[in-house]
Every structure is written in structure tokens, then in C-alpha cells.
Design a protein around this ligand. Sequence first.
Ligand code: GRF
Length: 188
Amino acid sequence: MVKKKIKTAVFISGKGSNLKNLIKFSKSKNSPITVNLIFSNNKHAKGLLYGYKHKIEKKVFSFKNIKITEKKILNILFKKEIKLICLAGFMKLLSKNFIEKFNGKIINIHPSLLPRFKGLDTHRRVLQSKENFSGCTVHYVSSKLDSGKIIIQKKIKIKKKDTVRSLQKRILKEEHKIYPKAIIKILN
Ligand code: GRF
């Protein structure tokens, strides 16, 4: 029997390389998801272009009034029967109410070994504190920033010559590997 694919929405704010990667993954044979919607709080997000390219519906909300915006988003998610939300570089914090009301799973990717180095400017802070390792984490979303149960983590060794850029590049590559793995893990 063919298993029904889980309808997924991806939330972005910027470049969208994780979105691009998730779309690619969704089209692979063993993917349990389809990417049906893209939400952005930023109308200039480069990642929205992948929506055009792959004919995936896009929605942009300014999030000026979070309560009203979240209500609108929830309505769309219910109507479209979305059961998984993947946050991918989404720069807004979702409310406790939104998380509780959404009838499905919400996951996020963060470029550090959580619970260490939550928040922004991660790689710079990691280098400044002279860490030997960094990495990336996919976790369930709770109303606290970059918290919530960890699903999967990838650790990498920091090289002496690493810069913010080189570290970011290397970790992003790993992000693209673990995000699909995390989805398979939670949906199988
Ligand atoms: C990634 O490093 C992700 O871990 C973080 O924001 C960045 C988004 O990159 N939350 P992209 O927009 O997916 O290229």
C-alpha cells in the first residue's frame, strides 16, 4: 500500500537553502512529505523564488500584529490539511497559543549543538568562546527560543583556521543532510 505523504509547510525569512533542500528531498522516492506551502515574514526573502520555481503556494505576512497573523496562518494550515511545519531560517518566534492550536508537528533547524548557543550570531559566538566542536540540531519547537526536544544533531570539529563564513558553510552542508533525516525519523 502506498503511504499517504504528509502535507508540509516551510516557514522562511531569508535565503532558503534549507527550503530548497527540503523541496528536493520531498521529490525523492522515499520522502514521507510533500511541500505544499511556503510562509515568509519577509517579502524580499530570496527563498520565495523556490516557490515560483516549483509552483508551490507562497504566503507573506508582515507579522506586525502577531495574534491576527497567527490566526490567519492557522486557518490556512487547517484548510490545506498541513500536518508538519518546518521552520527553516524563520526569524519570528511562534506563540504558545499557535503551537498548541496547530494540529501537527513543528520542527526547527538551528546551527549549533543545542542547548548551547541558542539565538542569533551563533558561529561568531562559538568561535569567540574557543569551542572545539560545533554543529547543527533539528528539534521540536516550543514557545522558548531554540528549545524543545532534540530530534537529531550533527557534530563537527572546528578547525584552527575556521572563520564565521567557513564554519557557516560547513555546518549548512550538514544541515541539509540532517533536516531530511529528522523528518524521516519523526514520521516513520
Ligand atoms: C540556517 O543556518 C538555519 O540553521 C538557521 O538559519 C539559517 C537559514 O539558512 N535557523 P537558509 O535560509 O535555509 O539558507
